[in-house]
Design a protein around this ligand. Structure first.
Ligand SMILES: [Zn+2]
Length: 180
């Protein structure tokens, strides 16, 4: 089976608020596996279930694997919640759902979060720097928020216009190649 496709802006499904997971079923475990596969394949350092079109509160994060010789060691978090956020940090962010764009976003520098793992055990994580940014970015996805919703309106609308134009061009090209 091929990998599941990542939804891309301006897909409306990315703006939905995802539902809590009441029970970790086989389906959820399979989804988590698929999410990791997509994350490593793209590659990315995090992914949220709604990016694959499944509106449930599940994220995977692995900020270390990209390092030289780094092992794959994904954190899979069910119903993650930020319980404490301190400090400020500005990071140049990108997103698999926001093609060809990066922008600086202000986030908390350190976060403490609670979640459960795939076995239903509670986990508490403290993260800082890139990892903290990544958790905040992924949890935003669960609330239907993209990083471009956290930049200036001007920058966001410039990107939205560029993206529309790009999609129009792709459609036109697809149209002309099939109109034989
Ligand atoms: Zn993202």
């Amino acid at each position: 089976m091929g990998l599941r496709a990542v939804l891309q802006f301006p897909d409306r499904r990315l703006t939905r608020v995802s539902e809590p997971i009441l029970r970790v079923t086989d389906e959820i475990r399979e989804l988590a596996r698929d999410m990791c596969e997509v994350m490593y394949d793209e590659p990315g350092i995090g992914l949220a279930a709604p990016q694959l079109g499944v509106p449930v509160r599940l994220v995977v994060v692995d900020v270390h694997w990209n390092d030289e010789g780094g092992e794959r060691n994904p954190r899979v978090l069910v119903n993650p919640e930020i319980v404490e956020a301190t400090g400020e940090i500005t990071w140049n962010e990108g997103c698999l759902s926001v093609p060809d764009f990066q922008a600086e976003v202000e986030r908390a520098e350190r976060v403490r979060l609670r979640a459960t793992d795939l076995d239903g055990n509670p986990v508490e994580i403290e993260a800082e720097g890139l990892e903290a940014v990544c958790f905040q970015h992924e949890i935003d996805h669960l609330d239907g928020i993209l990083f471009i919703d956290r930049i200036s309106r001007l920058k966001r609308s410039m990107y939205a216009r560029r993206r529309e134009k790009q999609l129009r061009q792709e459609r036109d090209e697809a149209g002309s190649s099939t109109a034989v």
